[in-house]
Unconditional design. Structure first.
Lengths: 432, 487
């Protein structure tokens, strides 16, 4: 793919989204309205904007990361618009805000260099932990920032801006800070972490002293699970940490140890928490618990099965029967209305974006850049796998936003920044 | 670092492979199963408003049809012109409350294929007709209406079968409901009204509810005794006033409290004609649970019968009764552990009428397309053989005597030889389930019937099979045969 194709592909993605919206329009009212043009403009402006910013601030960046993501965002937007036009209007603004922030990230890194991210490592960690703790603020406190409980989980904050209230999931940004911190921490600490180790049979185990960070993050993840009842974020943070530790050190023992800790944490939380038990039983037999915990998963499967190969067509299915169809279950809604053809296309776009991300990491020579690109790509891939896998019963359902597809401003903003960082890494490595 | 990184990337894409596999199952290989799952209301939503096939009887009575919607030229409205009379046969297809009956069982035949699913498009490319198919049912509309009238809203059921083929001639569960009220915007409220009715009209008493058969089960025990050679019609039995249950001081007596005959000895024939509990309790213990159980299962007990909807399984728990002669004695007279559907008892009568061969009951005789070409024709077949032709003749004669000179006299028809057996089960005191099973004419049976009313029908606690169910059976068989002769 040559660089020149990128504008054409982005225009194509915007046209695809606009065409989908026109079909939804037509199915609902028999006519087409201004939403079609607005959709075309939004997708083109957001991704075209990031493209132009990348040309300016990261001209050597890989050309095939933005197009698949624009297609994904377009698909998601069609389904959000079809299910909830009001929320689609908000999502439009979040797309633009996310793109603007991506531009800011690109510009800042172009001026200061990626290495500048390593200067404030401990601040980043503190900030990440602080952001993760924010939702625990009292929901009726005097501060302009309040914690909110949504669907039994505590991951939202409500920010009082005096003119309006803004709801935000700080965990979405904390994820990024955590990956940046880990990349710089692991880039420096490699010798210590790969030093002496013990052998037990064929297995190489690190010294107990080196396991300290592993246990610390494990406890932190469990803390998130207990205090915020957020299975998804808890699993995500721990898995990213273990993966980056393994990649940085090459020690398979970390994978084994991490796996054991996940097993222990999983069994313990299954025994201790009602909501984990419900998730697991709904995963094992959603149809048995159809009236109860399994309803959402079962409805998602019914929707995808009814959609079959070619889907009902946008606006013609019944994805409104699936609870949370525009957030956690947007993939099932896509499956119902766009069919196997649509879900495979979406899965292919994710695979393309993720492969591109791994490619950037593999080609990087700087340790920090390499770990950063890997961590960001892994976070992106893991979120995609965990939520689609939850919808498809490959893994238990964890409430995670599907990147660029689910409705939700915080996730969109976080993921735009993630993509901007990846572009910046690829530019810096290519132009060195 | 690239080694571990490649391994992690491979792991991620392995995960994506799993996603693709799951997706292939849910959206391609297993999709039809999920689409047609009864809890998946999408199917019902999508078929509402679409044209569906006819359900008709042989005489042209329409049980279900689709009329053009006057308010929407694209849409159709489903109509059940016979209302409650055929509710438990035709069932319904409702966007809001789901499906039942033939509408559910034959949903793929009855639906329009014009909604362009992938398989329909492929079928159309091969020249297949996309219009809905239709069902021809075996029910005799007049007999069905007469049975509904005879039950008169009381809780009960009538099932009539053509003995030589197994074609179901009447399938009535009473009281019933109007499936038309399950369509339209107030369907949920209307269905709730039906569900709240203390007489439970939603229940299918003909085929999916189990009852103790009482003395109609003696026909099964008698068939087992004659077939095994233990007894013939003239075999005599000791005739006590009461039968003492083995290993117990409890006793079984006859309906009138006295001995069956003269108090000395009595024949099997006489015991069946007078429906004597003392004799049949003793006979059951002598036969043993295994022998009775084998006969019962050859009639269709304790197995899943093939039918458009799931029938309740009639049961005679032979292995449990083998070690409990007291329970066996009580079960041998149709109480305690025996449970049956009216459909199963009609099948018992049909098998005795059909020289011992048990016909497979069926209700749809043909699936035909919009141009009236048959797509599928049901060929009559047999479930198996319950007894030899010779045993069947003996049973026919004994059961004819029940109607000519025994408890079943109320079922007699002038000029027609009728055979039958009455039953009065008492699962709880004062609430008898009253029964009659029978067939006619004896020399060339055209109809076998089972009539059952809960709580003694109009006579309440004093109702018996002979006084309540037998006259209904007689009237219905007469109407069917007389008209048959005229036609």
């Amino acid at each position: 793919m040559t660089r020149d194709l990128q504008p054409a592909l982005l225009i194509g993605a915007a046209a695809l989204a606009a065409f989908g919206v026109s079909l939804v329009n037509f199915a609902a009212q028999g006519t087409v309205d201004a939403q079609v043009g607005l959709t075309f403009g939004t997708v083109l402006f957001a991704f075209g904007g990031v493209f132009v910013a990348a040309r300016r601030f990261a001209p050597e960046a890989v050309p095939h990361l933005l197009p698949p993501i624009a297609v994904i965002a377009g698909f998601g937007f069609i389904e959000i618009f079809r299910l909830n036009p009001y929320r689609a209007g908000l999502q439009r603004w979040w797309l633009l805000i996310g793109a603007a922030l991506a531009t800011v990230v690109l510009a800042w890194i172009s001026r200061n260099g990626l290495a500048s991210l390593r200067r404030y490592r401990n601040t980043q960690l503190l900030l990440a932990v602080g952001l993760l703790l924010l939702p625990l603020l009292p929901s009726d406190g005097p501060l302009p920032i309040r914690g909110l409980e949504v669907n039994g989980s505590r991951l939202w904050i409500e920010v009082d801006l005096y003119i309006a209230q803004l709801n935000f999931q700080p965990g979405e940004v904390a994820k990024l800070l955590f990956v940046v911190f880990l990349a710089s921490y692991l880039a420096d600490r490699q010798p210590a972490l790969t030093g002496a180790h013990r052998r037990i049979g064929r297995l190489t185990l690190p010294e107990p002293r080196q396991l300290g960070p592993l246990l610390l993050v494990w406890l932190g993840s469990l803390g998130i699970l207990i205090s915020q009842r957020d299975l998804g974020a808890s699993l995500l943070l721990f898995l990213v940490f273990v993966a980056m530790l393994y990649v940085a050190t090459g020690e398979g023992g970390y994978l084994v140890g991490g796996g054991l800790l996940i097993a222990i944490g999983g069994v313990a939380s299954w025994q201790m928490f009602d909501h984990v038990q419900r998730r697991v039983s709904a995963w094992l037999d959603p149809f048995g618990a159809f009236e109860d915990a399994g309803y959402q998963v079962a409805q998602g499967i019914f929707g995808m099965g009814t959609g079959s190969l070619s889907g009902s067509g946008p606006g013609l299915g019944r994805p409104e029967l699936i609870p949370n169809a525009i957030t956690d279950f947007v993939f099932a809604a896509i499956g119902e209305e766009f069919g196997f053809a649509g879900t495979v296309a979406v899965l292919g776009c994710y695979a393309l974006a993720i492969a591109t991300g791994f490619g950037i990491a593999l080609r990087s020579r700087d340790r920090f850049n390499k770990l950063l690109a890997f961590g960001l790509t892994f976070v992106f891939a893991l979120q995609t796998f965990l939520i689609i896998g939850g919808v498809l019963r490959v893994v238990p359902l964890t409430g995670i936003a599907l990147p660029f597809m689910s409705y939700g401003g915080s996730a969109l903003v976080g993921n735009f920044m993630l993509v901007a960082l990846l572009l910046a890494v690829s530019h810096e490595e290519a132009s060195r | 670092m690239n080694g571990p990184m490649r391994r992690m990337a491979r792991l991620v894409f392995l995960g994506f492979g799993l996603l693709l596999g799951a997706l292939t199952w849910f959206q391609v290989l297993g999709a039809d199963g999920y689409r047609s799952d009864p809890r998946n209301v999408r199917t019902a939503i999508n078929i509402s408003g679409k044209e569906r096939g006819l359900i008709v009887t042989g005489d042209g009575t329409v049980l279900a049809r689709s009329d053009p919607d006057p308010n929407d030229p694209q849409a159709y409205l489903r109509v059940y012109p016979e209302g409650p009379t055929f509710a438990h046969v035709a069932g319904y297809t409702s966007r809001l409350v789901g499906e039942a009956g033939l509408e559910e069982a034959y949903r793929n035949e009855l639906r329009s294929r014009r909604d362009l699913t992938i398989s329909d498009v492929i079928a159309a490319l091969f020249g297949r007709d996309l219009r809905p198919e239709n069902l021809l049912v075996t029910i005799d509309a007049e007999l069905q209406r007469a049975a509904v009238a005879a039950l008169d809203g009381q809780r009960g059921a009538v099932v009539a079968i053509e003995p030589s083929t197994g074609a179901v001639l009447a399938y009535v569960s009473s009281p019933s409901y109007d499936p038309n009220t399950f369509l339209g915007p107030s369907a949920v409220a209307n269905r709730q009204t039906v569900l709240d009715d203390p007489n439970e009209p939603i229940r299918d008493r003909a085929g999916t509810e189990l009852y103790p058969p009482g003395s109609v089960f003696k026909a099964v025990v008698a068939a087992s005794a004659v077939e095994s050679g233990i007894a013939g019609p003239e075999t005599t039995f000791e005739d006590p006033v009461v039968y003492e249950l083995p290993g117990s001081t409890a006793t079984i007596g006859n309906a009138d409290g006295g001995p069956c005959g003269d108090g000395v000895e009595v024949t099997l024939q006489a015991a069946l004609v007078r429906s004597c509990n003392t004799i049949f309790a003793a006979l059951s213990v002598r036969l043993g649970a295994t022998a009775i159980g084998e006969t019962a299962s050859s009639f269709g007990f304790d197995r899943t019968l093939d039918f458009p909807w799931a029938l309740a399984e009639s049961t005679f728990p032979a292995s449990a009764l083998a070690d409990d002669p007291a329970a066996l004695a009580q079960s041998g007279i149709g109480e305690r552990d025996v449970r049956v559907t009216p459909l199963q008892m009609a099948l018992v009568a049909a098998a005795i009428a059909n020289s011992g061969e048990v016909p497979q009951p069926y209700i749809v005789s043909q699936v035909f397309d919009a141009d009236a070409n048959a797509r599928e024709v049901t060929e009559p077949r047999l479930i198996g053989r319950a007894m030899s032709p010779a045993t069947a003749v003996v049973l026919q004669q004994m059961m004819e005597r029940v109607v000519t000179s025994g408890t079943g006299q109320a079922a007699s028809i002038t000029g027609v030889r009728v055979a039958g057996k009455t039953g009065t089960a008492l699962p709880e005191p004062g609430r008898p389930d009253v029964w009659f099973i029978g067939f006619a004419p004896v020399d060339a049976p055209q109809i076998a019937i089972a009539v059952m009313l809960e709580d003694g029908g109009p006579l309440g606690e004093s109702g018996t099979g002979g006084s309540v169910a037998a006259p209904i059976a007689g009237t219905l068989m007469e109407r069917y045969l007389v008209r048959g002769d005229a036609g």
